[in-house]
Design a protein around this ligand. Structure first.
Ligand SMILES: [Zn+2]
Length: 434
C-alpha cells in the first residue's frame, strides 16, 4: 500500500507525487458525490488505469475515508465490491444567519442533516450577541444529538452581506452594523479548533440547491435570493463563481432607474433592491395599508403593527389586487435585470429563492414573463426558471457543502491527510483556493 507516501506529496510541486494527490482527490470526489460506486465505474468515468484506481482506493480505505461494502449484484464475472464514502468519519457545524433569523445544523460529511434548529434573530444586534447565540445553539445540538460522528471537521457560516471569502470577513455589509471586518473565522476556529469557512447567504443557497436541490445536474446556474435585499449566486461551468474578491452576483445594487428619490441602503440611488427587494415590498405594502388601498394588508398591519414582504406575498395569493400589482412590478424589475444576466451568462437554469418567492406564483410568473420576453431566443431556448426546492434548509445544506468541498479539495487535503483528519487543524482553511 502507499502508506508513508504522503510526505513527498505535500512538499513537492512538480514530481509524480503531485499527480498522486490529484488522482486521490478525483477518486474520492467520484465516490463521495455518488458518481462512482465500484472500481469498474471509477475506471470508466475517470479514464484512470485499474492499477492506479486500485492504489488510490486502497489508500482511501486505509485512511478511513472510503469503506468497502458487500459485493454488489453479480453480472456474470466476479461480483464487484461496492465503495462508499465514510460520511461519519467526522461532523460539520453550520449556521445560516439571515437578516431576521438564525438557522443552525450539525451534518455528516455527506451533508446529511443530523440535527437542525432555527429561531428569529436580528442581525443588527451585532456579532457578539448573534455569534454567542450561534455557539449556544451549536452546544445544544451537539449535546443532544445521539451518536454524533467523530470530531468537528469543519465549521461553515453564511451571513447576509458581502464576504471576502479568502479571509472569511464581512466587508462593509449594508444591513449588518458592527460586522465590518469582523474575524468570524478566527472566533470559531479558536472555539472549535477546526477549519472555518464563511460566505454570503446567497452563495450558500446556490451551493445547497446545486448539491441537493433543483439545480442538481446543471453546470451553469443563477440562483436569485429575494430576501430583505436581492442577491445572486452563480454556478459557472460546474463550480461556484465567487469572483476576484468574493462579491460576484451582487445584482441587487445594479442601477435600474435614474431617480434621486429611490435611495438604496448602500448609499446609491436607483438600485434594483431599493425597488424590488423584500424591504421595498414591505415598505410599499405598509404605505398602501395606511392609505386604505388594501384591506388584507391593513389587517396585517393591525395584527402585528407592520407589514412584511411575506404579508404582501400572502395577500397576493388570496387575490388582493394591490398586493398582486406590487409583486408583478417587483417581478418585472427582477426579470428585466435577469434578462441582461441571461444574455451575458447563458445559464440553463435560474432558481428563485428567498422568503418572498416561497409563497404564491405571482412573482415567479412576472419574472418568467420578463426574462422570456427580453432575452435573446438562443439564450432562452432551453432556459428553465424554477423556484428553490429546499426551502428553509437550503442555507444549512449549502454551508455544509461549502465546508466539505473545501476540506476535500487539493490544498487543504494535502495538509490534513498526513495526520488523518482536519480536527485540530484550523489553519487548513487558509490553504483553500476559493
Ligand atoms: Zn444599492
Amino acid at each position: 500500500m502507499l502508506n508513508g507516501d504522503i510526505g513527498p506529496i505535500v512538499s513537492s510541486m512538480t514530481s509524480p507525487a503531485e499527480e498522486t494527490l490529484d488522482t486521490l482527490v478525483l477518486v474520492l470526489d467520484e465516490i463521495r458525490l455518488g458518481r462512482s460506486r465500484s472500481r469498474s465505474e471509477l475506471a470508466s468515468r475517470t479514464g484512470l488505469s485499474r492499477a492506479v484506481i486500485a492504489q488510490r482506493v486502497g489508500e482511501l480505505v486505509d485512511r478511513g475515508l472510503v469503506i468497502e461494502g458487500d459485493p454488489g449484484p453479480s453480472t456474470g464475472g466476479r461480483p464487484a465490491r461496492q465503495l462508499a464514502f465514510h460520511a461519519v468519519a467526522g461532523h460539520v457545524l453550520v449556521a445560516d444567519l439571515g437578516a431576521t433569523s438564525i438557522d443552525v445544523a450539525v451534518t455528516g460529511l455527506d451533508g446529511r442533516i443530523l440535527a437542525h434548529r432555527d429561531e428569529p434573530a436580528d442581525i443588527g444586534d451585532g456579532p457578539e450577541r448573534c455569534l454567542a447565540r450561534v455557539e449556544e445553539l451549536f452546544e445544544q445540538l451537539t449535546s443532544t444529538t445521539r451518536g454524533l460522528p467523530g470530531q468537528v471537521w469543519g465549521v461553515g457560516i453564511g451571513v447576509p452581506g458581502p464576504v471576502e471569502f479568502r479571509t472569511g470577513r464581512p466587508i462593509s455589509p449594508p444591513i449588518m452594523p458592527g460586522w465590518d471586518g469582523y474575524p468570524l473565522r478566527e472566533r470559531f476556529a479558536a472555539h472549535y479548533d477546526a477549519p472555518v469557512w464563511v460566505d454570503n447567504d446567497v452563495n450558500i443557497l446556490a451551493l445547497g440547491e446545486w448539491r441537493s436541490g433543483v439545480a442538481v445536474g446543471h453546470d451553469n446556474v443563477v440562483v436569485i435570493k429575494i430576501g430583505t435585499g436581492i442577491g445572486a449566486g452563480i454556478i459557472s461551468d460546474g463550480r461556484l463563481h465567487r469572483g476576484a474578491q468574493g462579491s460576484a452576483g451582487d445584482v441587487g445594487h445594479i442601477q435600474v432607474v435614474d431617480d434621486a428619490a429611490v435611495i438604496c441602503r448602500c448609499g446609491n440611488i436607483g438600485c434594483l433592491e431599493a425597488l424590488a427587494g423584500g424591504a421595498a415590498l414591505a415598505r410599499d405594502g405598509e404605505a398602501a395599508a395606511r392609505a386604505g388601498r388594501s384591506e388584507r394588508l391593513a389587517s396585517a398591519l393591525d395584527q402585528h403593527g407592520r407589514v412584511t414582504a411575506e404579508d404582501v406575498a400572502r395577500a397576493a395569493s388570496f387575490g388582493d389586487p394591490l398586493a398582486v400589482a406590487l409583486l408583478q412590478a417587483a417581478g418585472r424589475r427582477v426579470g428585466l435585470m435577469l434578462a441582461s444576466v441571461v444574455n451575458f451568462f447563458n445559464p440553463s437554469l435560474i432558481v428563485i429563492g428567498g422568503g418572498v418567492a416561497q409563497s404564491g406564483d405571482t412573482l415567479l410568473a412576472a419574472i418568467r414573463e420578463a426574462v422570456y420576453r427580453r432575452s435573446l431566443p438562443l439564450a432562452t431556448r432551453e432556459l428553465l426558471i424554477q423556484r428553490s426546492s429546499l426551502g428553509g434548509l437550503a442555507g444549512v445544506i449549502g454551508a455544509s457543502a461549502m465546508v466539505v468541498d473545501q476540506l476535500f479539495s487539493r490544498e487543504p487535503m494535502s495538509r490534513w491527510l498526513a495526520v488523518g483528519g482536519p480536527a485540530g487543524m484550523p489553519e487548513v482553511a487558509l490553504a483553500a483556493a476559493g
